[in-house]
Design a protein around this ligand. Sequence first.
Ligand SMILES: Nc1ncnc2c1ncn2[C@@H]1O[C@H](COP(=O)(O)OP(=O)(O)O)[C@@H](O)[C@H]1O
Ligand SMILES: [Mg+2]
Length: 364
Amino acid sequence: RFRAKASKAKQAQSRIKMLAKMQPVATIINDPIPPIDLPSPDRLLNPPIVRFDEVSLGYEDEKPVLRNLNLRIDHDDRIGILGRNGEGKSTFAKGLLGLLEPQKGFIKRHKKLRIGYFAQHEIDALNMEHSAYDHVCALMPEATEAQRRARLARFGLGLAQSETKARDLSGGEKARLLFSLIGFHKPHLLVLDEPTNHLDIDSRAELAKSLNAYEGAVLLITHDRALLESVVDRLWVVENGDIRTYDGTMDEYRREQLERLRGQKRTAKRDTLPGKQEGRKHRAARRQALAPLKNRVKNLESEIEQTRAAITRLDESLSDPALFSEDRDKAIALSRQRAGLAGRLEALEESWYKAVEDYESAQE
Ligand SMILES: Nc1ncnc2c1ncn2[C@@H]1O[C@H](COP(=O)(O)OP(=O)(O)O)[C@@H](O)[C@H]1O
Ligand SMILES: [Mg+2]
């Protein structure tokens, strides 16, 4: 009996996930996860809201991380930022926020622009002695207790957690608190640097929903492909000190990364050909250190291939129109299987992407 129940629940979950995919904005289902509160700005500002003019950003003189950037962001832009670790994605965000002064050029922000900024170091900078309630009090000094409580309820933290000191909240709860704080003044632009690291799958889906409902501009730095695909409509790639627009899809970007990685392997092999004794030892040690990372990439790739193949097979079965009329139960079972595999594929691809990055940065 328990088993039947569990599978019903699973079935419902796949359906919910499928629905969420088809209609990211709609909230049909009675969701136990509270929404993430990101209110839209009252008024959209005239474009551009931010303009970069020959901007170089970095931490050491003469060594800019990003060089001569010319960019603009408009009030309704939805931009996803891609790039390997260490290329300067976070540096760009800090420059945009004015936390890092340009070494060269200038950044022009709309006079009335309010930016909501989410980043790990902003979580770390929360006042850890303050509860969510304390934060609301600080933000609404003139408000009545009832008004504060009403505002607090939108944080989606629950009654007990609202009184908990920030230091004692879980990672996900801290992230929620930060989301609520950055949304408090209805920003015109949200800059989200790796916002999903502490969020579970359901909260990520909530974030996607909130961002889709949000009417301001969004700049999203993340490896979370599902989130990117449901939120952004343009991609920028940070690479070799530059930020350029990317015309391809996420899939194409990944494929390029993969091909580049393979190209690197070939070059590495070529470079090792002559080799003196010392060099050979060194390279052997290096190979050994890299092997587990490389294996992980390979294993994930083969799992991804298998999962893709399984989905293709299911799609073939499901495309038979007779199936639904003749064996409804089977049709439903297959659809359910497909939804499960699609979810798995997504998770695998995300892991693959991270694994490739780990492998690459270990090579440097
Ligand atoms: N506070 C800092 N001081 C000095 N160098 C930094 C600092 N933050 C980042 N860097 C360097 O700047 C480069 C880009 O980093 P970052 O913008 O964090 O990359 P990403 O977010 O794309 O992973 C890296 O080489 C990194 O080591
Ligand atoms: Mg970063």
